[in-house]
Design a protein around this ligand. Structure first.
Ligand SMILES: Cc1cc2nc3c(=O)[nH]c(=O)nc-3n(C[C@H](O)[C@H](O)[C@H](O)COP(=O)(O)OP(=O)(O)OC[C@H]3O[C@@H](n4cnc5c(N)ncnc54)[C@H](O)[C@@H]3O)c2cc1C
Length: 596
């Protein structure tokens, strides 16, 4: 069950689709060119392939455990985390001022994928720590930054996100955890949070909880929520650890997947009140959390790509080894490895095309993030921000839904053995299922796409993306190859379907919300499908060029074949989605709740 990081594909995207040269022309990223990307990815692959990936299976068999408030992680995790932190990996994308390496997301995102392919359960701890760092960078006072950031960036301490409560999941307006102001400017926090990833564990000296709570007298709903830092151990003036804070892990969940990642129920304030410190201003907590959630949502999308890649590698290996049935074309006159059967190839190509398409989409989105945050020109920042914002629900929603299909196919390729746990294919399938749920379910991503990202600007950003797709179609046609022409045709059909749906969404969200939201998830799938297919269309153009120059023939031919497969078999679903969204809303809403 070994894992090999797909460095070639990642570097191809980083160089040709994301445009690392342009990223490296942004002040502050001068040293982050292709060579740096290659060196970082190679180091990252070494640690993950050698140390972290071998613990993935172990974590599934031997999950984190809870006893008397103490959580013990899977054997090997603590040591691996030490190596991860000492290698500086937690600080890869964080500012140099706080001890990070200040690398662009264009490189960091590929490292996130490698870590998550190696071990999704393990990777969640750094992922949540990234979120906490992001929140403090965005809204924390200088004092909070000085106390917490360096330790978080170095991996000496870890972070969590405490949003969910028993009655408040997708709907955070229902958060009830309360915070009482104290004379010294701190707060006392009381309440129960559930499902808190790495809410308690033994891999770091301190855990920094970022907690949503309501200050006494705050307005009802989302406008009355504030954000607090609540450390597991209070921090003394000299930075050393002080008293144990009143936040305790009362249990952890038994789960379908990501079993090594402890999912904690945290009780705040049962013994007098947990000491908390306000982040930013009162009642603006959800706004800050959204900034942090955008980073986390993107990262969860990358988790989907990561687990899909791992499932794909395993399926390919099995398909080459397993001998069963004579090939239909008689090319081998005996039972042969199942990879010779067209249907097995169809499954492997589907897995590969989805994974490569989503990876390309995520890579391009990462470059937009870098430009949106660091480009010196304000207009360029604005344009890239709009593009990135549009991409976040797509990367999260589409890549995670596709990971379910890919990991399911991974089981299917294994036949009966896929259903047997010892094989390992089932773990990827079980692990992948959480990805469409946490950090906002697919429906919540789709609501975001419809409301904030499409209806709000009347479909302008969406149409801008469609216009870019059209340019790629023209370039594909102009390239003169038959394959490129076929891909252009499919892209055009998908783009026109997308535009119809954007018009439908922009025109009807206010007047007929039930009709629009009946198709919100299919719209998300259509948009994700189009963007992934578009990026593979761009990849095809590059691969044709590279091939003409005699570069890496086998890789470039495979890229062209994968892009063509994507267009023929996946992009071709787009017009059907259009029909069900635009024409099918009535049947979604036909039955009243009592008729079910
Ligand atoms: C393993 C695990 C780890 C987690 N880690 C964390 C963590 O670290 N921190 C944290 O705060 N939380 C965490 N969560 C919580 C997670 O984010 C929530 O479970 C998730 O947001 C969904 O909320 P819910 O479970 O209450 O489901 P609900 O909100 O009850 O949703 C149930 C169903 O209704 C649908 N639905 C709800 N509202 C809408 C709507 N407006 N439109 C359309 N459909 C809707 C949903 O899509 C879903 O299908 C974790 C959960 C799990 C299982």
């Amino acid at each position: 069950m070994s894992y090999t990081a797909p460095l070639k594909d990642m570097l191809f995207n980083i160089e040709h689709l994301a445009g690392i040269d342009q990223v490296a022309s942004i002040p502050g990223f001068e040293d982050a060119g292709l060579e740096t990307a290659q060196a970082v990815l190679e180091e990252c692959a070494k640690l993950n392939e050698g140390v972290i990936a071998p613990l993935n299976w172990e974590g599934d068999k031997n999950p984190s455990s809870w006893k008397d408030g103490v959580v013990t992680t899977t054997p090997g995790f603590k040591d691996a985390f030490k190596q991860y932190a000492e290698g500086g990996w937690q600080g890869l994308q964080h500012p140099v001022d706080f001890g990070g390496q200040g690398l662009p997301k264009t490189i960091g995102a590929a490292c996130t994928e490698i870590l998550n392919s190696a071990n999704m359960s393990f990777a969640l701890c750094p992922l949540l720590t990234d979120g906490a760092i992001e929140a403090l960078l965005t809204a924390g006072s200088d004092e909070l930054k000085a106390i917490y950031l360096e330790k978080l960036v170095s991996g000496q301490w870890t972070g969590t996100m405490n949003l969910t409560e028993p009655q408040a999941g997708s709907d955070l307006s229902l958060v009830r955890t309360r915070a009482e102001p104290q004379p010294d400017g701190s707060y006392k926090v009381f309440g129960t949070k559930i499902f808190i990833t790495y809410g308690e564990h033994d891999m770091a000296e301190n855990i920094v909880h970022l907690v949503l709570a309501r200050v006494q007298g705050a307005p009802e709903g989302v406008k009355g929520i504030s954000l607090f830092v609540v450390p597991k151990f209070l921090v003394n003036g000299d930075g050393s650890l002080g008293a144990r804070n009143d936040v305790h892990c009362v249990s952890i969940e038994h789960k379908m997947g990501i079993k090594a990642s402890p999912t904690a129920v945290l009780q705040f304030g049962d013994h007098g009140g947990a000491v908390g410190y306000l982040v930013g201003q009162e009642n603006r907590g959800l706004e800050y959390m959204f900034i942090m959630m955008n980073a986390a949502r993107y990262a969860v999308g990358v988790q989907g790509i990561a687990v899909a890649e791992r499932a794909y590698q395993k399926a390919v290996q099995y398909a080459k080894d397993r001998v069963q049935s004579r090939p239909v074309d008689g090319s081998i006159n005996a039972s042969a490895a199942i990879i010779h059967h067209p249907d097995v190839k169809r499954m492997l190509m589907t897995m590969r095309a989805y994974t490569e398409g989503c990876r390309a989409m995520a890579s391009v989105a990462a470059a937009a993030y870098d430009a949106a945050h660091h480009h010196p020109d304000a207009d360029t920042r604005k344009q890239n921000a709009a593009f990135y914002e549009f991409m976040v629900p797509l990367v999260k929603g589409y890549s995670t839904e596709m990971s379910l299909e890919v990991t399911s196919l991974g089981v299917q390729v294994h036949g009966g053995m896929g259903f047997i746990e010892e094989t390992g294919a089932a773990q990827y399938y079980r692990d992948a299922k959480i990805l469409t749920i946490y950090e906002g379910t697919t429906a919540i991503q789709a609501n975001d796409l419809v409301g904030r990202k499409t209806a709000r600007d009347g479909g302008q950003t969406a149409k801008g993306i469609a216009a870019q797709v059209e340019q790629t179609e023209a370039a594909l046609r102009a390239s003169g190859s038959d394959t490129a022409a076929v891909v252009a045709k499919r892209l055009q059909a998908a783009r026109l379907a997308f535009i119809d749906v954007v018009d439908f969404v922009a025109g009807n969200t206010k007047a007929s919300p039930n009709a629009v939201f009946a198709g919100s998830v299919p719209y998300l799938m259509l948009a994700g499908n189009l963007v992934a297919g578009w990026q593979l269309g761009r990849a095809l153009l590059v691969a044709q060029d590279q091939l003409a120059q005699g570069q890496d023939e086998a890789f470039m031919r495979s890229k062209i074949a994968t892009a063509r497969f994507y267009a023929d078999h996946l992009l071709s679903k787009a017009p059907g989605l259009r029909d069900s969204i635009v024409d099918g809303a009535d049947s979604v809403n036909a039955l009243a709740p009592e008729a079910f």
